[in-house]
Design a binder for this molecule. Structure first.
Ligand code: ZN
Length: 503
Protein backbone atom coordinates (compact mmCIF):
# COMPACT_ATOMS: atom_id res chain seq x y z
CA UNK A 1 0.00 0.00 0.00
CA UNK A 2 1.33 3.36 -0.97
CA UNK A 3 0.59 6.89 0.10
CA UNK A 4 -0.34 8.73 -3.04
CA UNK A 5 -0.24 12.33 -2.02
CA UNK A 6 2.38 13.89 0.09
CA UNK A 7 0.58 17.09 0.84
CA UNK A 8 2.37 18.52 3.78
CA UNK A 9 6.10 18.74 3.92
CA UNK A 10 7.04 19.64 7.42
CA UNK A 11 10.46 21.12 7.67
CA UNK A 12 11.81 20.94 11.14
CA UNK A 13 14.18 23.81 11.47
CA UNK A 14 16.59 23.71 14.32
CA UNK A 15 17.03 26.97 16.07
CA UNK A 16 20.61 27.88 15.52
CA UNK A 17 22.56 30.93 16.40
CA UNK A 18 23.55 32.89 13.33
CA UNK A 19 27.14 33.56 12.65
CA UNK A 20 28.92 35.07 9.78
CA UNK A 21 31.88 33.40 8.22
CA UNK A 22 34.13 35.71 6.30
CA UNK A 23 35.17 34.12 3.06
CA UNK A 24 38.02 36.19 1.85
CA UNK A 25 38.47 35.12 -1.70
CA UNK A 26 34.98 35.40 -3.09
CA UNK A 27 33.21 37.84 -0.80
CA UNK A 28 35.96 40.43 -1.02
CA UNK A 29 36.11 40.48 -4.76
CA UNK A 30 32.45 40.72 -5.52
CA UNK A 31 30.59 40.28 -8.68
CA UNK A 32 29.55 43.72 -9.96
CA UNK A 33 25.94 42.78 -10.51
CA UNK A 34 23.80 45.53 -9.04
CA UNK A 35 20.09 44.85 -8.95
CA UNK A 36 19.31 48.53 -8.65
CA UNK A 37 20.88 49.39 -11.99
CA UNK A 38 20.54 46.06 -13.68
CA UNK A 39 17.20 46.65 -15.34
CA UNK A 40 15.64 43.27 -15.03
CA UNK A 41 12.54 41.97 -16.65
CA UNK A 42 11.38 40.06 -13.62
CA UNK A 43 7.84 41.29 -14.04
CA UNK A 44 7.82 39.77 -17.48
CA UNK A 45 8.43 36.37 -15.93
CA UNK A 46 5.99 36.94 -13.14
CA UNK A 47 3.25 37.62 -15.66
CA UNK A 48 4.28 34.64 -17.72
CA UNK A 49 4.30 32.46 -14.64
CA UNK A 50 0.87 33.61 -13.56
CA UNK A 51 -0.57 33.10 -17.02
CA UNK A 52 0.80 29.62 -17.10
CA UNK A 53 -0.19 28.63 -13.61
CA UNK A 54 -3.74 29.82 -14.21
CA UNK A 55 -4.10 27.20 -16.90
CA UNK A 56 -2.85 24.22 -15.00
CA UNK A 57 -4.49 22.29 -12.27
CA UNK A 58 -1.45 20.22 -11.67
CA UNK A 59 2.19 20.91 -12.17
CA UNK A 60 4.28 18.71 -14.36
CA UNK A 61 7.47 17.20 -13.17
CA UNK A 62 10.11 18.81 -15.34
CA UNK A 63 12.81 16.51 -14.00
CA UNK A 64 12.10 13.96 -16.72
CA UNK A 65 12.43 16.64 -19.36
CA UNK A 66 15.68 15.99 -21.16
CA UNK A 67 15.76 18.87 -23.61
CA UNK A 68 19.38 19.69 -24.35
CA UNK A 69 20.41 23.28 -25.00
CA UNK A 70 23.51 24.52 -26.76
CA UNK A 71 24.53 28.15 -26.44
CA UNK A 72 26.96 29.52 -29.07
CA UNK A 73 29.58 31.70 -27.35
CA UNK A 74 32.01 34.34 -28.54
CA UNK A 75 34.72 35.80 -26.31
CA UNK A 76 36.11 39.28 -27.05
CA UNK A 77 39.49 39.44 -25.33
CA UNK A 78 41.20 42.73 -24.49
CA UNK A 79 44.80 42.61 -23.26
CA UNK A 80 48.35 43.38 -24.29
CA UNK A 81 49.39 40.48 -26.45
CA UNK A 82 45.88 39.15 -25.95
CA UNK A 83 46.21 35.87 -27.83
CA UNK A 84 49.14 34.75 -25.67
CA UNK A 85 47.82 36.29 -22.45
CA UNK A 86 44.39 34.66 -22.70
CA UNK A 87 44.83 31.71 -25.05
CA UNK A 88 41.90 29.89 -26.60
CA UNK A 89 42.62 26.96 -24.25
CA UNK A 90 41.85 29.24 -21.31
CA UNK A 91 38.59 30.35 -22.89
CA UNK A 92 37.61 26.72 -23.49
CA UNK A 93 38.51 25.87 -19.88
CA UNK A 94 36.09 28.58 -18.71
CA UNK A 95 33.31 26.99 -20.74
CA UNK A 96 34.33 23.60 -19.32
CA UNK A 97 33.79 25.06 -15.83
CA UNK A 98 30.28 26.33 -16.56
CA UNK A 99 29.35 23.18 -18.47
CA UNK A 100 30.49 21.16 -15.45
CA UNK A 101 28.67 23.32 -12.87
CA UNK A 102 25.45 23.93 -14.79
CA UNK A 103 25.07 20.20 -15.49
CA UNK A 104 25.79 19.14 -11.88
CA UNK A 105 29.03 17.39 -12.89
CA UNK A 106 31.23 19.13 -10.29
CA UNK A 107 32.94 16.70 -7.92
CA UNK A 108 31.37 18.33 -4.84
CA UNK A 109 27.82 18.07 -6.26
CA UNK A 110 27.03 15.29 -3.77
CA UNK A 111 28.85 17.05 -0.98
CA UNK A 112 26.34 19.80 -0.19
CA UNK A 113 24.65 20.51 3.12
CA UNK A 114 22.28 17.49 3.56
CA UNK A 115 19.40 19.90 4.18
CA UNK A 116 19.70 21.02 0.55
CA UNK A 117 20.51 17.67 -1.11
CA UNK A 118 16.98 17.15 -2.41
CA UNK A 119 16.74 20.70 -3.68
CA UNK A 120 19.65 20.41 -6.08
CA UNK A 121 18.85 21.08 -9.71
CA UNK A 122 20.78 20.97 -12.95
CA UNK A 123 20.38 21.97 -16.54
CA UNK A 124 21.16 19.91 -19.61
CA UNK A 125 23.20 22.53 -21.43
CA UNK A 126 26.43 23.03 -23.36
CA UNK A 127 28.09 26.39 -23.83
CA UNK A 128 30.17 26.02 -27.00
CA UNK A 129 32.66 28.25 -28.79
CA UNK A 130 31.19 29.47 -32.06
CA UNK A 131 32.80 27.94 -35.14
CA UNK A 132 31.18 30.26 -37.71
CA UNK A 133 31.27 34.05 -37.35
CA UNK A 134 28.48 36.48 -38.29
CA UNK A 135 29.87 36.77 -41.85
CA UNK A 136 29.73 33.02 -42.30
CA UNK A 137 33.50 32.54 -41.99
CA UNK A 138 35.25 29.97 -39.79
CA UNK A 139 36.20 31.19 -36.30
CA UNK A 140 37.65 29.69 -33.13
CA UNK A 141 35.00 31.54 -31.11
CA UNK A 142 37.20 34.41 -29.95
CA UNK A 143 38.29 37.85 -31.10
CA UNK A 144 41.52 39.34 -29.73
CA UNK A 145 42.17 43.06 -29.27
CA UNK A 146 44.64 45.50 -27.65
CA UNK A 147 44.20 46.22 -23.96
CA UNK A 148 40.98 48.04 -23.06
CA UNK A 149 38.95 48.71 -19.91
CA UNK A 150 35.59 49.77 -18.54
CA UNK A 151 33.14 47.50 -20.33
CA UNK A 152 31.66 46.52 -16.97
CA UNK A 153 30.18 49.99 -16.56
CA UNK A 154 26.49 50.47 -16.98
CA UNK A 155 26.32 53.08 -19.74
CA UNK A 156 29.39 55.10 -20.61
CA UNK A 157 31.04 52.40 -22.69
CA UNK A 158 28.02 51.33 -24.74
CA UNK A 159 29.48 52.49 -28.05
CA UNK A 160 32.64 50.45 -27.50
CA UNK A 161 30.75 47.39 -26.30
CA UNK A 162 28.50 47.56 -29.35
CA UNK A 163 31.41 48.06 -31.74
CA UNK A 164 32.88 44.65 -30.87
CA UNK A 165 29.60 42.73 -30.39
CA UNK A 166 28.41 39.87 -32.50
CA UNK A 167 24.65 39.63 -33.05
CA UNK A 168 23.23 39.19 -29.54
CA UNK A 169 20.39 37.05 -30.82
CA UNK A 170 22.85 34.52 -32.26
CA UNK A 171 25.80 34.56 -29.87
CA UNK A 172 26.35 34.91 -26.14
CA UNK A 173 28.92 37.73 -25.98
CA UNK A 174 31.56 37.61 -23.23
CA UNK A 175 34.09 40.44 -22.85
CA UNK A 176 37.36 39.60 -21.15
CA UNK A 177 39.50 42.32 -19.62
CA UNK A 178 41.47 43.07 -16.46
CA UNK A 179 40.05 46.45 -15.38
CA UNK A 180 36.29 46.07 -15.62
CA UNK A 181 35.34 49.61 -14.64
CA UNK A 182 38.38 51.54 -15.93
CA UNK A 183 39.13 52.73 -12.44
CA UNK A 184 42.54 51.14 -11.99
CA UNK A 185 41.14 48.23 -9.96
CA UNK A 186 42.21 44.94 -11.47
CA UNK A 187 40.79 42.41 -9.01
CA UNK A 188 37.08 42.70 -9.75
CA UNK A 189 35.87 39.35 -11.01
CA UNK A 190 32.93 39.96 -13.28
CA UNK A 191 29.54 41.39 -14.02
CA UNK A 192 26.54 40.23 -15.99
CA UNK A 193 23.15 41.53 -17.01
CA UNK A 194 19.73 39.92 -16.89
CA UNK A 195 17.96 39.09 -20.13
CA UNK A 196 16.89 42.47 -21.45
CA UNK A 197 15.33 43.13 -24.83
CA UNK A 198 16.56 46.70 -25.08
CA UNK A 199 20.14 45.63 -24.45
CA UNK A 200 20.06 42.78 -26.95
CA UNK A 201 18.48 44.95 -29.63
CA UNK A 202 21.41 47.33 -29.16
CA UNK A 203 23.99 44.53 -29.02
CA UNK A 204 24.84 45.37 -25.39
CA UNK A 205 23.86 42.09 -23.70
CA UNK A 206 26.96 40.64 -22.10
CA UNK A 207 29.07 39.21 -19.36
CA UNK A 208 32.29 41.08 -18.62
CA UNK A 209 34.89 39.00 -16.81
CA UNK A 210 38.46 39.32 -15.52
CA UNK A 211 40.90 36.93 -17.19
CA UNK A 212 42.85 36.35 -13.97
CA UNK A 213 39.83 34.40 -12.62
CA UNK A 214 38.68 32.88 -15.91
CA UNK A 215 38.93 29.09 -16.20
CA UNK A 216 42.07 27.27 -15.16
CA UNK A 217 44.63 27.84 -17.90
CA UNK A 218 46.63 30.72 -19.36
CA UNK A 219 46.65 33.76 -17.09
CA UNK A 220 44.08 32.45 -14.60
CA UNK A 221 45.17 32.00 -11.01
CA UNK A 222 41.69 31.20 -9.69
CA UNK A 223 41.35 28.20 -7.40
CA UNK A 224 38.64 25.68 -8.16
CA UNK A 225 35.93 27.47 -6.20
CA UNK A 226 36.79 30.86 -7.60
CA UNK A 227 36.60 29.54 -11.17
CA UNK A 228 32.90 29.05 -10.47
CA UNK A 229 32.39 32.78 -10.04
CA UNK A 230 32.05 32.63 -13.82
CA UNK A 231 29.16 30.18 -13.29
CA UNK A 232 27.64 32.75 -10.92
CA UNK A 233 27.73 35.36 -13.71
CA UNK A 234 26.14 32.98 -16.18
CA UNK A 235 23.41 32.49 -13.56
CA UNK A 236 22.70 36.24 -13.73
CA UNK A 237 22.75 36.08 -17.53
CA UNK A 238 20.00 33.44 -17.21
CA UNK A 239 17.93 35.70 -14.93
CA UNK A 240 19.04 34.53 -11.49
CA UNK A 241 19.41 37.07 -8.71
CA UNK A 242 21.69 36.73 -5.71
CA UNK A 243 20.21 34.45 -3.04
CA UNK A 244 20.78 37.32 -0.59
CA UNK A 245 18.93 39.86 -2.74
CA UNK A 246 16.84 42.07 -0.45
CA UNK A 247 18.33 40.54 2.70
CA UNK A 248 15.98 38.71 5.03
CA UNK A 249 12.82 40.46 3.87
CA UNK A 250 10.97 41.35 0.73
CA UNK A 251 10.82 39.49 -2.53
CA UNK A 252 14.33 38.15 -2.08
CA UNK A 253 15.50 36.33 -5.23
CA UNK A 254 11.98 35.26 -6.27
CA UNK A 255 12.95 31.61 -6.06
CA UNK A 256 10.96 29.61 -3.52
CA UNK A 257 13.51 26.97 -2.57
CA UNK A 258 16.41 29.32 -1.77
CA UNK A 259 15.83 30.57 1.78
CA UNK A 260 16.36 34.29 2.43
CA UNK A 261 19.89 34.89 3.64
CA UNK A 262 22.43 37.60 4.24
CA UNK A 263 25.39 37.90 1.93
CA UNK A 264 28.22 35.42 2.60
CA UNK A 265 26.54 34.01 5.69
CA UNK A 266 28.70 30.92 5.44
CA UNK A 267 29.06 27.30 4.43
CA UNK A 268 28.28 23.96 5.91
CA UNK A 269 25.51 22.21 7.81
CA UNK A 270 24.24 24.10 10.83
CA UNK A 271 24.84 27.54 9.38
CA UNK A 272 21.81 29.78 9.55
CA UNK A 273 20.82 33.26 8.48
CA UNK A 274 17.52 35.14 8.58
CA UNK A 275 16.23 32.29 10.76
CA UNK A 276 16.76 29.68 8.03
CA UNK A 277 19.46 27.19 7.11
CA UNK A 278 21.88 28.86 4.70
CA UNK A 279 22.34 27.47 1.21
CA UNK A 280 25.95 28.58 1.18
CA UNK A 281 26.68 25.95 -1.47
CA UNK A 282 24.58 27.96 -3.88
CA UNK A 283 26.39 29.51 -6.85
CA UNK A 284 24.36 32.69 -6.43
CA UNK A 285 25.74 33.54 -2.98
CA UNK A 286 29.33 34.69 -2.33
CA UNK A 287 31.02 31.74 -0.64
CA UNK A 288 33.97 29.37 -0.80
CA UNK A 289 31.78 26.28 -1.20
CA UNK A 290 30.07 26.76 -4.56
CA UNK A 291 28.51 23.48 -5.63
CA UNK A 292 24.80 23.70 -6.53
CA UNK A 293 21.81 25.45 -7.98
CA UNK A 294 18.35 24.63 -6.67
CA UNK A 295 15.49 23.20 -8.72
CA UNK A 296 13.70 26.54 -8.41
CA UNK A 297 16.70 28.31 -9.88
CA UNK A 298 16.90 25.78 -12.70
CA UNK A 299 13.22 26.35 -13.48
CA UNK A 300 13.86 30.08 -13.58
CA UNK A 301 16.84 29.65 -15.91
CA UNK A 302 14.78 27.37 -18.16
CA UNK A 303 12.01 29.93 -18.21
CA UNK A 304 14.50 32.56 -19.38
CA UNK A 305 15.99 30.20 -21.96
CA UNK A 306 12.66 29.17 -23.42
CA UNK A 307 10.47 32.27 -23.13
CA UNK A 308 12.69 35.33 -23.20
CA UNK A 309 13.20 36.64 -26.75
CA UNK A 310 16.84 37.49 -26.00
CA UNK A 311 17.67 33.93 -25.04
CA UNK A 312 15.30 31.63 -26.92
CA UNK A 313 16.81 32.35 -30.34
CA UNK A 314 20.31 31.25 -29.30
CA UNK A 315 19.75 27.50 -28.95
CA UNK A 316 17.41 27.00 -31.92
CA UNK A 317 18.71 24.30 -34.22
CA UNK A 318 18.83 26.73 -37.15
CA UNK A 319 21.07 29.05 -35.12
CA UNK A 320 23.33 26.21 -34.02
CA UNK A 321 23.86 25.38 -37.68
CA UNK A 322 24.53 29.04 -38.54
CA UNK A 323 27.05 29.46 -35.73
CA UNK A 324 28.80 26.13 -36.29
CA UNK A 325 27.80 24.68 -32.91
CA UNK A 326 25.33 22.03 -34.05
CA UNK A 327 27.91 19.24 -33.46
CA UNK A 328 27.49 19.83 -29.72
CA UNK A 329 23.75 19.29 -29.84
CA UNK A 330 22.06 16.07 -28.73
CA UNK A 331 18.86 15.94 -30.79
CA UNK A 332 15.71 14.95 -28.99
CA UNK A 333 12.16 14.71 -30.20
CA UNK A 334 9.54 16.18 -27.85
CA UNK A 335 7.69 14.16 -25.30
CA UNK A 336 4.14 15.41 -25.58
CA UNK A 337 2.17 16.31 -22.48
CA UNK A 338 -0.78 18.57 -21.93
CA UNK A 339 -3.16 19.74 -19.27
CA UNK A 340 -6.82 20.71 -19.22
CA UNK A 341 -8.46 23.24 -16.96
CA UNK A 342 -11.32 20.75 -16.38
CA UNK A 343 -11.79 17.07 -17.05
CA UNK A 344 -15.51 16.93 -16.35
CA UNK A 345 -17.87 19.54 -17.81
CA UNK A 346 -21.51 19.90 -18.67
CA UNK A 347 -22.71 19.88 -22.27
CA UNK A 348 -22.30 23.28 -23.94
CA UNK A 349 -19.16 24.13 -21.96
CA UNK A 350 -15.56 24.43 -23.12
CA UNK A 351 -12.25 23.04 -21.96
CA UNK A 352 -9.03 25.02 -22.15
CA UNK A 353 -6.10 22.79 -23.04
CA UNK A 354 -2.47 23.77 -22.52
CA UNK A 355 0.60 22.22 -24.08
CA UNK A 356 3.21 21.37 -21.46
CA UNK A 357 5.36 19.15 -23.64
CA UNK A 358 9.00 18.62 -22.98
CA UNK A 359 11.34 19.47 -25.84
CA UNK A 360 10.05 22.88 -26.96
CA UNK A 361 7.76 21.81 -29.79
CA UNK A 362 6.92 24.30 -32.53
CA UNK A 363 4.05 22.34 -34.07
CA UNK A 364 1.00 20.73 -32.44
CA UNK A 365 -1.53 18.26 -33.82
CA UNK A 366 -4.53 17.88 -31.54
CA UNK A 367 -7.61 15.75 -32.06
CA UNK A 368 -10.77 16.18 -29.97
CA UNK A 369 -13.29 13.39 -30.14
CA UNK A 370 -16.73 14.91 -29.61
CA UNK A 371 -15.31 18.45 -29.62
CA UNK A 372 -15.66 21.56 -31.74
CA UNK A 373 -13.36 22.00 -33.49
CA UNK A 374 -12.45 18.32 -33.77
CA UNK A 375 -8.79 19.14 -34.47
CA UNK A 376 -6.39 22.01 -33.86
CA UNK A 377 -2.81 23.08 -34.55
CA UNK A 378 -2.80 25.73 -31.83
CA UNK A 379 -0.53 25.46 -28.83
CA UNK A 380 -3.32 25.98 -26.28
CA UNK A 381 -6.70 25.36 -27.91
CA UNK A 382 -10.11 25.98 -26.37
CA UNK A 383 -12.66 23.30 -27.29
CA UNK A 384 -16.44 23.26 -27.02
CA UNK A 385 -18.35 20.08 -26.17
CA UNK A 386 -22.06 19.90 -27.00
CA UNK A 387 -23.01 16.27 -26.42
CA UNK A 388 -22.71 14.18 -23.23
CA UNK A 389 -20.22 11.33 -23.32
CA UNK A 390 -16.66 10.24 -22.62
CA UNK A 391 -14.19 11.54 -25.19
CA UNK A 392 -10.51 11.12 -25.94
CA UNK A 393 -8.11 13.99 -26.55
CA UNK A 394 -4.81 13.32 -28.29
CA UNK A 395 -1.72 15.44 -28.90
CA UNK A 396 1.33 14.87 -31.08
CA UNK A 397 4.02 17.54 -30.62
CA UNK A 398 6.78 18.21 -33.15
CA UNK A 399 10.06 20.13 -33.02
CA UNK A 400 13.01 20.39 -35.42
CA UNK A 401 14.19 16.93 -34.35
CA UNK A 402 10.92 15.08 -35.01
CA UNK A 403 7.53 14.19 -33.54
CA UNK A 404 6.49 12.81 -30.18
CA UNK A 405 4.45 9.76 -29.42
CA UNK A 406 0.76 10.46 -29.05
CA UNK A 407 -0.36 11.50 -25.56
CA UNK A 408 -3.98 11.12 -24.54
CA UNK A 409 -6.51 12.17 -21.93
CA UNK A 410 -10.11 11.18 -21.41
CA UNK A 411 -12.63 13.87 -20.58
CA UNK A 412 -16.27 13.54 -19.60
CA UNK A 413 -19.20 15.65 -20.68
CA UNK A 414 -22.38 15.27 -18.60
CA UNK A 415 -25.87 16.42 -19.44
CA UNK A 416 -27.22 19.71 -18.15
CA UNK A 417 -29.97 17.92 -16.31
CA UNK A 418 -27.77 15.51 -14.39
CA UNK A 419 -28.02 16.60 -10.78
CA UNK A 420 -24.49 15.81 -9.79
CA UNK A 421 -21.34 15.38 -11.79
CA UNK A 422 -19.89 11.92 -11.49
CA UNK A 423 -21.56 9.00 -9.71
CA UNK A 424 -21.22 6.42 -12.43
CA UNK A 425 -19.41 3.16 -12.65
CA UNK A 426 -18.18 1.44 -15.75
CA UNK A 427 -16.42 -1.92 -15.89
CA UNK A 428 -14.29 -1.27 -12.87
CA UNK A 429 -14.83 -3.31 -9.77
CA UNK A 430 -13.23 -1.53 -6.88
CA UNK A 431 -14.28 0.10 -3.68
CA UNK A 432 -13.33 3.26 -1.93
CA UNK A 433 -13.61 3.61 1.85
CA UNK A 434 -14.15 4.98 4.42
CA UNK A 435 -16.71 7.33 2.96
CA UNK A 436 -17.62 9.79 4.44
CA UNK A 437 -14.11 10.30 5.72
CA UNK A 438 -12.16 12.81 7.74
CA UNK A 439 -8.68 12.62 6.24
CA UNK A 440 -8.20 9.88 3.67
CA UNK A 441 -9.78 7.24 1.50
CA UNK A 442 -8.37 3.90 0.50
CA UNK A 443 -8.77 2.46 -2.97
CA UNK A 444 -9.00 -1.35 -2.95
CA UNK A 445 -9.28 -4.25 -5.39
CA UNK A 446 -6.64 -2.92 -7.74
CA UNK A 447 -3.74 -5.00 -6.44
CA UNK A 448 -1.98 -5.39 -9.77
CA UNK A 449 -3.25 -2.39 -11.66
CA UNK A 450 -1.79 0.95 -12.51
CA UNK A 451 -4.29 3.77 -12.67
CA UNK A 452 -4.84 7.51 -12.45
CA UNK A 453 -6.75 9.09 -9.60
CA UNK A 454 -8.33 12.54 -9.75
CA UNK A 455 -10.51 14.33 -7.23
CA UNK A 456 -12.81 17.08 -8.46
CA UNK A 457 -14.72 19.72 -6.59
CA UNK A 458 -18.35 20.47 -7.38
CA UNK A 459 -17.37 22.87 -10.14
CA UNK A 460 -15.42 20.18 -11.95
CA UNK A 461 -12.00 21.56 -10.99
CA UNK A 462 -9.34 18.99 -10.25
CA UNK A 463 -8.13 19.51 -6.69
CA UNK A 464 -5.87 16.46 -6.43
CA UNK A 465 -4.45 14.09 -8.99
CA UNK A 466 -1.83 11.43 -9.25
CA UNK A 467 -0.82 8.12 -10.74
CA UNK A 468 -0.49 4.79 -8.97
CA UNK A 469 1.81 2.42 -10.80
CA UNK A 470 0.97 -0.78 -9.01
CA UNK A 471 -1.75 -1.68 -6.56
CA UNK A 472 -4.01 -0.38 -3.83
CA UNK A 473 -3.48 3.13 -2.58
CA UNK A 474 -4.34 5.66 0.06
CA UNK A 475 -5.37 9.16 -0.94
CA UNK A 476 -4.83 11.83 1.67
CA UNK A 477 -7.57 14.45 1.80
CA UNK A 478 -5.88 16.53 4.46
CA UNK A 479 -5.41 19.50 2.18
CA UNK A 480 -9.13 19.71 1.28
CA UNK A 481 -11.88 21.66 2.97
CA UNK A 482 -14.87 19.72 4.23
CA UNK A 483 -17.49 19.14 1.56
CA UNK A 484 -18.50 16.92 -1.31
CA UNK A 485 -15.96 15.81 -3.92
CA UNK A 486 -15.93 13.46 -6.87
CA UNK A 487 -13.25 10.82 -7.14
CA UNK A 488 -12.38 9.34 -10.51
CA UNK A 489 -10.20 6.30 -11.07
CA UNK A 490 -9.08 5.59 -14.63
CA UNK A 491 -7.37 2.34 -15.50
CA UNK A 492 -7.14 0.06 -18.50
CA UNK A 493 -10.24 -1.69 -17.13
CA UNK A 494 -12.40 1.40 -17.27
CA UNK A 495 -13.39 4.51 -15.41
CA UNK A 496 -14.91 4.65 -11.95
CA UNK A 497 -16.56 7.63 -10.31
CA UNK A 498 -17.49 7.95 -6.68
CA UNK A 499 -18.79 10.78 -4.57
CA UNK A 500 -16.48 11.36 -1.59
CA UNK A 501 -17.63 13.30 1.43
CA UNK A 502 -14.97 14.96 3.53
CA UNK A 503 -16.23 15.47 7.11
ZN1 ZN B 1 26.49 38.37 -8.70
Amino acid sequence: MKYLFNITLVLALASLSAYSQQVQSVSDIKCGFNAQYNVDELDFYKEKNNETQGQFYSTTDSSDCVQHYVIPVVFHVFADNAKAKVPIEQLQSALDVINRDMNGLNIDYDDVDPFFLDRRGKLNITFALAAIDPEGNPTNGATFHPNNAGFGNYQDYDDSVKAYAWDNYKYMNIYIMNDLYNNGVTNNSGIAWYPNTNMSRNNLARIVFNYVYLGNKGSSFADENFQSVFTHEVGHWLNLAHTFEGGCDGKNDEVDDTPPTLQSAGCGPGTSSCGHPVNGDNYMDYTACYSMFTQGQVERMLKALTTHPTRNSLWKVSNLKETGTYDHYIPNVPSSQFSADKEIIREGESIQYADISCGNPNKWEWTFEGGTPAASTQKNPNILYSTPGNYMVTLVATNDDGSSEESTMQIRVVSKTESSIGESKENLDLFVYPNPTSDRVEIRNLEYSSYDVSIFDNLGNVVLSGTVTNGNSVVSLESLYTGVYHLRVTSSNGVYYSKVIKK
